[in-house]
Write a protein that binds this ligand. Structure first.
Ligand code: PSU
Ligand code: MN
Length: 307
């Protein structure tokens, strides 16, 4: 009989024992969000950035049906380079385990696993959300519903601009997910600094975010996550005109090639990376590294990265 319980990497076990802060990291970004071979290099840089900012990285994924919190170097390399890595949302986790699959976890699955592992802070690039024309396709990422029931802090650059940002913000409100800008009231659009919408709250320091975590626990009134939106400085964003052109061509290709379901996000990201001559990739990498650094500082400030 296989033991399906969550396995922990040694560095994460040690962090738990020593009471060191831990930051959860997802693996879908690595296997499906970034092109080979940059993805492996970036996965390592993300972990190093977390360490440089005072926390222990726990990259989460599935190896041979086993959920691992704190993949080791070889396991990360495997998920980055292997061809048959499944994209796992929460609903896929147990099926993939039964199939002894290798899989990369989305924001939804990573959040659920991190919460089960007592990790309070999670860094990613951009959330999934409500897709454009979702009124016809019903395509809304399970990231949103999972964040409604998982008390974790997700540091991200808003939602990907390939989505309907306004509709996603509305859904986050309905679902009771807390949303705050980091040092801003403008909600970012991932590749671009300003996604076109205000948010109600702004948090200004890792200590303020740590206070949010303490207050939510003390109040006991919310089961939802905090989406902490950390925009790129305008000088580092993807040129908005290039962004809009690329998005338009990506959306028509999507329709032409009839891409649907969980293939949509990887398809559009890869279209961006190939048709901007690597510019969007550079921006994507900067986003992830900045979010990882901030998440590490939050985990350190809260002293509750590991419960
Ligand atoms: N953000 C990125 N790159 C990605 C993703 C987000 O910068 O690859 C992934 C995340 O894992 C997110 C998922 O949870 O895309 C959302 O996919 P979907 O829209 O199919 O739920
Ligand atoms: Mn979807």
């Amino acid at each position: 009989m296989t033991d399906f319980a969550i396995q922990y990497g040694e560095h994460v076990l040690h962090a738990h024992q020593d009471g060191k802060p831990v930051v959860a990291l997802e693996s879908t970004i690595i296997s499906h969000g970034l092109p080979h071979p940059d993805n492996l290099r970036v996965a390592r840089e993300i972990e190093q950035t977390v360490r440089d900012n005072g926390a222990v990285p726990a990259t989460i994924g599935m190896i041979g049906g086993q959920v691992v919190v704190g993949l080791d170097g070889d396991q990360i390399e495997h998920l980055a380079l292997a061809k048959d890595v499944a994209k796992l949302s929460v609903r896929d986790l147990a099926i993939a385990a039964a199939r002894r699959a290798d899989g990369a976890t989305t924001v939804a699955a990573t959040s659920a696993i991190a919460e089960a592992a007592g990790i309070r802070v999670f860094a990613t690039g951009g959330l999934g959300g409500v897709h454009r024309e979702a009124n016809l396709t019903f395509d809304e990422s399970a990231d949103l519903t999972e964040l409604a029931r998982t008390p974790i802090v997700v540091v991200c650059a808003g939602v990907k601009s390939i989505l309907d940002v306004g509709a996603t913000l509305e859904r986050l409100e309905t679902l009771g997910v807390s949303v705050a800008g980091y040092q801003t009231r403008r909600f970012p659009g991932f590749f671009i600094t300003d996604g076109g919408f205000d948010v109600d709250w702004q948090l200004d320091s890792p200590e303020q975010v740590a206070d949010f975590i303490a207050a939510r626990e003390a109040q006991g009134t919310s089961t939802g996550a905090l989406v902490l939106a950390n925009p790129l400085p305008t000088g580092e964003q993807l040129d908005p005109a290039l962004h809009d052109r690329t998005l338009a061509s990506g959306l028509s290709l999507l329709a032409e090639e009839n891409v649907t379901g969980k293939a949509v996000t990887p398809f559009l990201l890869s279209h961006f990376h190939s048709s901007t001559e690597g510019k969007s990739l550079e921006v994507n990498i900067r986003i992830i590294l900045r979010n990882s650094a901030l998440a590490a500082r939050i985990a350190a400030a809260s002293g509750k990265g590991a419960a």
